[in-house]
Design a binder for this molecule. Structure first.
Ligand code: ADP
Ligand code: MG
Length: 262
């Protein structure tokens, strides 16, 4: 950590913290984000999984995925250094400004890059989509470091955090798969259109019931028929009925839609 000067803390999660830092030497003291992952709270299996994830991350190179810079271990923590996206996350953006629909295609492209490599993201949500201020690029970040847990833990973890993104299969303790990422993508798209979560409930039981039925309030009529149709496909209760990311990207309307809003 000596090579970095901490500017401020920007996030805090179950396994550690995220800091905005500046490189002490190197090119123009560039700003980066360092994620500190506390290894002492992890089981041997989880530690192993985090290291594997870091290796995976280092291989991921795409304009719509947060760039990995380096990683190192110091004392009982694992540090991951990555590019800083100074536009904040998509949740903050949604809360302060409308008309960010173009992010949808960029997120699809990022997701395609991951799925083409037979990898799952496992935590797609507005808070894990980062924006750059210049060029307004959207990038998928926060890969499931230490998230290769079993399904019951997956459910427990999500309930501690943001249960809105639970998919029917996770609610029923069935395995996470590439179509679970597609469900979460549906949640992000829905939020971009309505500024609300697709599934809400006053308690977890009610929320789970709504998710498992796959019923949500329709998005306003101002959105195209194709967009509303896509949402209904992303929210198919049976994962097999949901489209793959490649097939989502093939929909001609998405391109047209994206151009209109750019
Ligand atoms: P976790 O959700 O496990 O705490 P994240 O990687 O999602 O970890 O980081 C938490 C928050 O920190 C994000 O929601 C975002 O606001 C901020 N953040 C994390 N990484 C970056 C980054 N590369 N650029 C900009 N902001 C980031
Ligand atoms: Mg996160």
């Amino acid at each position: 950590m000596n090579s970095y000067e901490v500017v401020r803390q920007i996030g805090e999660g179950a396994f550690g913290k995220a800091f905005l830092v500046r490189e002490r030497d190197g090119h123009g003291h560039r700003e980066c984000v360092v994620k500190e992952i506390n290894l002492t709270k992890m089981s041997a299996k989880e530690k192993e999984a985090s290291k594997k994830e870091v290796t995976l991350l280092s291989k991921m190179k795409h304009p719509n995925i947060v760039t990995f810079i380096t990683s190192f271990q110091e004392k009982s923590s694992l540090y991951i250094v990555m590019e800083y996206c100074n536009g904040g996350d998509l949740l903050k953006k949604i809360n302060t400004q409308r008309g960010v629909h173009f992010s949808e295609e960029q997120i699809c492209l990022g997701l395609k890059h991951i799925h083409d490599r037979k990898i799952l993201h496992r935590d797609i949500k507005c808070q894990n989509i980062f924006l750059t201020s210049r060029g307004m690029k959207a990038k998928l970040g926060d890969f499931g470091i230490a998230r290769m847990l079993n399904n019951t833990m997956e459910l427990a973890r999500t309930c501690v955090g943001t249960p809105y993104y639970l998919s029917p299969e996770i609610c029923e303790s069935r395995p996470y798969n590439n179509k679970t990422d597609i469900w979460s993508l549906g949640c992000v798209l829905y939020e971009l259109c309505t500024l609300r979560h697709p599934f809400e409930g006053s308690n977890l039981r009610q929320l789970v019931m709504k998710i498992c039925r796959g019923r949500y309030s329709p998005v306003p009529n101002l959105y195209s028929h194709e967009l509303r149709l896509l949402l209904s496909h992303l929210f198919k209760v049976n994962p097999r009925d949901r489209p793959s990311i490649t097939s989502v990207l093939r929909r001609p309307f998405l391109e047209k839609y994206v151009c209109k809003h750019l």
